[in-house]
Ligand binder design. Structure first.
Ligand code: TYM
Length: 331
């Protein structure tokens, strides 16, 4: 049977890249009656220096956001990673079959570590923890944005290595990318880069919690190019094409229809159309987020329920891993 697992970090606010690349995909799979397990990856969020108060606030906000986006905890297991201790323990076991050379090659580590004088060990082993997340549930499919592909390749390799050394235990986890259009939403300030939570320029991303004014201003200031027509060409015109992709998603219109309707507009005028569409799409989600945030007791209950279900499954895997690795003393 299919088992779908994914995760998202409670670092900062959720942006349109997260939404289009990952969350919308999760909702769709949930609607198709697939079984999903979703982790709020808080242990991943402490790999870089962070503010403890903000982190715990972000965990609440992310829980509220996922519920507001349509995650239904009757169908989907939603839990906070650090409350299920099997993740950290399995991560240790997998770390013992991972080489340092392999981890040093991963692009996210290279990118993040160049800016740091002292590199935390946790940042280096981050992808091993991510592999543990996936393997703890024997996941077969992992729906993510394109930036996660290399990290999931490590999980695939560790699956192979573990099965080979200790006997068939894990199925291969396959990556699910929504589409090339939504799998990599670009920064509004530099359309050759991805939209990212860690970009210091907040104008580079649209967050689900942004006010109407913020959204309008950010889209107005989005970097495009010197051609005034609205045409879709991600290679040569990444800026305007990124806006068209976002627009197409929030209106459910095809790229062709959008370009036809924008025939008589210049990119400046077109940006206002996109901003309107984004605001109308996000508004109801925002209202729902603040309703959920008003009831913290409810959110805690949701996370406790998810924790128990996630623990029930992952504990079985960890026991099997211990046994296969010879950590279990048998009579
Ligand atoms: P995170 O929190 O950075 O991002 C969450 C999801 O959003 C996707 N995403 C994007 N998709 C399209 N365009 C973008 N600009 C964009 N930016 C982000 C990401 O690909 C991701 O799917 N390491 C993970 C969290 C994680 C995880 C896991 C994922 C922890 N354990 C196990 C899968 C399986 C991360 O930092 O995602």
């Amino acid at each position: 049977p299919k088992r779908i697992f994914s995760g998202i970090q409670p670092t900062g606010s959720i942006h349109l890249g997260n939404y289009l690349g990952a969350i919308a995909q999760w909702i769709k799979l949930q609607q198709e009656n697939e079984n999903l397990i979703l982790s709020i990856a808080d242990l991943h969020s402490i790999t870089l220096p962070h503010d403890p108060e903000k982190l715990s606030q972000n965990i609440f906000e992310l829980t509220a956001t996922l519920l507001a986006c349509g995650i239904n905890t009757q169908k989907t297991i939603l839990f906070q990673q650090s409350t299920v201790h099997t993740h950290a323990e399995l991560s240790w076991c997998l770390g013992c079959i991972t080489t340092m050379a392999r981890l040093a090659h991963l692009p996210q580590y290279k990118e993040k570590s160049v800016e740091l004088k002292d590199i935390p060990l946790g940042l280096f082993v981050y992808p091993v923890l991510q592999a543990a997340d996936i393997l703890a549930y024997k996941a077969t499919h992992v729906p993510v944005g394109e930036d996660q592909v290399q990290q999931i390749q490590l999980a695939q390799e560790l699956t192979r290595i573990f099965n080979h050394k200790f006997g068939q235990t894990f199925p291969t986890p396959h990556t699910l990318i929504t589409s090339s259009e939504y799998g990599r939403i670009k920064s509004l300030r530099n359309p050759t880069k991805k939209m990212s939570k860690s970009d210091p320029d907040i104008k580079s991303r649209i967050c689900l919690t942004d006010s109407t004014d913020d959204i309008v201003n950010k889209i107005k200031k989005a970097v495009t190019d010197f051609t005034s027509e609205v045409t879709f060409n991600p290679e040569e015109r990444p800026g305007v094409s990124n806006l068209i992709s976002i627009h197409s998603f929030v209106t459910n219109k095809s790229v062709d229809d959008i370009c036809r309707e924008a025939e008589n507009l210049n990119t400046g005028q077109y940006k206002m159309v996109v901003a309107d569409a984004v605001v109308s799409y996000i508004k109801p989600i925002q209202e729902s987020i603040s309703r959920y945030l008003d009831d913290k007791t409810y959110l805690v209950g949701i996370l406790e329920e998810g924790r128990d279900k996630a623990f029930g499954i992952s504990q079985n895997t960890l026991e099997e891993v211990h046994q296969k690795m010879g950590l279990k003393v048998l009579l």
